[in-house]
Write a protein that binds this ligand. Structure first.
Ligand code: CA
Length: 220
C-alpha cells in the first residue's frame, strides 16, 4: 500500500514518513501543494495524508482539483487545532477523514488503515483469505493460527494482495503500490518475492495468470 504524504513542516513530515514506513507503507512525500497535486495526478496512491496549510498551492485547492479531475483516492486531511471551519471546508472539498493537530501517531495510523480498507470495501482490520489472516493493526500474519514470518517486502506484497482477494493484480500494479517513486523498482524482484511468499504459504494460494498477473485465492 502506497501513501502520499504532504506536509511542509520538516520535523512532522519526517516523523510521519518514518511511522508510515514502519507500518509497512511505501511513502512518497511532498512539501508543497504544487508537487502534491502533480504526484496525485500521476501516481497511483492507496491514500493521501494532506496538510491544509501548504506553500505554493494550499491543501484545500489541491483536494478540490483532484476531486474535480475524478481522482477518488482516500484523503485524510490534517487541520489546525480547534479549526472546525477547516474540517467542514475539507470534508466539503472531498476529504474522507480529518485529524486535528497535534495528534497521536497511533490515531493517524488507525485512520489511514480504515481509509484504505474501506476504499477496498473491507470492514475489518483483520484481512482473511482461507486459513490465512493478516492483522493490519499489528502487521502479523498467521496461517491456520500459526505465525508466518515475512520480510517487510513480502509483507507489503501480501498486504496488497489481501486487500484484493480474488482479483487479478498485475506485476506493474504490484510494483506501483509497494514501492515509492524513488524505490528500487524492478519487475523481476516482484517475481522473486512472489516465489518466496509461495514457499511460506500453501503454494496454490497465489495463482499466476499468464500475461495478466497474480491472484490470491483461499486455496485447498
Ligand atoms: Ca502546514
Amino acid at each position: 500500500m502506497r501513501i502520499l504524504l504532504v506536509e511542509d513542516d520538516p520535523v512532522l513530515r519526517g516523523q510521519l514518513a518514518a511511522s508510515l514506513q514502519d507500518a509497512g507503507y511505501a511513502v512518497d512525500v511532498a512539501d508543497n501543494g504544487r508537487d502534491a497535486q502533480f504526484l496525485g495526478d500521476t501516481e497511483p496512491f492507496d491514500a493521501a495524508v494532506l496538510d491544509l496549510g501548504l506553500p505554493l498551492v494550499d491543501g484545500l485547492t489541491v483536494l478540490r482539483r483532484w476531486r474535480a479531475a475524478g481522482r477518488s483516492l482516500p484523503v485524510l486531511i490534517l487541520t489546525a487545532r480547534d479549526s472546525w471551519h477547516e474540517k467542514v471546508a475539507g470534508i466539503d472539498a472531498g476529504a474522507d477523514d480529518y485529524l486535528a493537530k497535534p495528534f497521536h501517531m497511533e490515531e493517524l495510523l488507525a485512520r489511514v488503515r480504515a481509509l484504505i480498507r474501506r476504499a477496498q470495501g473491507l470492514a475489518s482490520a483483520l484481512l482473511q483469505c482461507g486459513d490465512l489472516v493478516l492483522d493490519t493493526r499489528s502487521g502479523r500474519v498467521t496461517l491456520a493460527g500459526q505465525p508466518v514470518n515475512l520480510t517487510s517486502h513480502e509483507y507489503k506484497l501480501l498486504a496488497y494482495l489481501m486487500h484484493r482477494p480474488g482479483s487479478v493484480v498485475s506485476r506493474t500494479e504490484l510494483m506501483e503500490h509497494i514501492y515509492a517513486q524513488d524505490g528500487d523498482r524492478d519487475s523481476n524482484t516482484i517475481e522473486v518475492f512472489i516465489g518466496r511468499l509461495r514457499r511460506k504459504l500453501p503454494a496454490p494460494m497465489i495463482e499466476t495468470l499468464r500475461g495478466m498477473g497474480y491472484r490470491l485465492v483461499p486455496g485447498a
